[in-house]
Design a protein. Structure first.
Length: 122
């Protein structure tokens, strides 16, 4: 297991990358509301990192959990220093209706969750 997990936050100009010590994380919780979703990495009863991504996750997509991505990053890179938290699928790729054999046109490209903000609250 790595010593830190890393989030790349696209809109956080003052802190675009945050490293969080894995051994300080007691629990990971998610809290969605409207168009924004926050992930809390609780380091004690009152202190936590809050990571925000801009759009709520698409419903009905297998393995589409930011919490799951965090837990996977926590267990990855054994013996390493940093493990980056991946971005789950936000919108699935949608092909056009198949009209025959051969090349199939994609009408919607697959997109992934982007982490936009991070904040430490105590």
């Amino acid at each position: 297991m790595a010593k830190f997990i890393k989030f790349n936050c696209t809109a956080a100009a003052n802190q675009p990358t945050v490293l969080i010590a894995i051994d300080q994380i007691a629990a990971v919780t998610t809290n969605g509301g409207g168009t924004a979703t926050t992930i809390q990495l609780n380091t004690s009863a009152t202190a936590k990192w809050v990571i925000t991504h801009s759009v709520a996750l698409a419903a009905g997509v297998a393995n589409n959990s930011v919490v799951e991505a965090i837990y996977k990053a926590m267990g990855a890179n054994p013996g390493g220093i940093v493990s980056t938290v991946g971005s789950p699928v936000l919108v699935l790729q949608a092909p056009a209706a198949q009209t025959g054999s051969g090349r199939q046109v994609v009408t919607t490209s697959q997109t992934y969750v982007t982490y936009t903000q991070n904040a430490w609250t105590a």
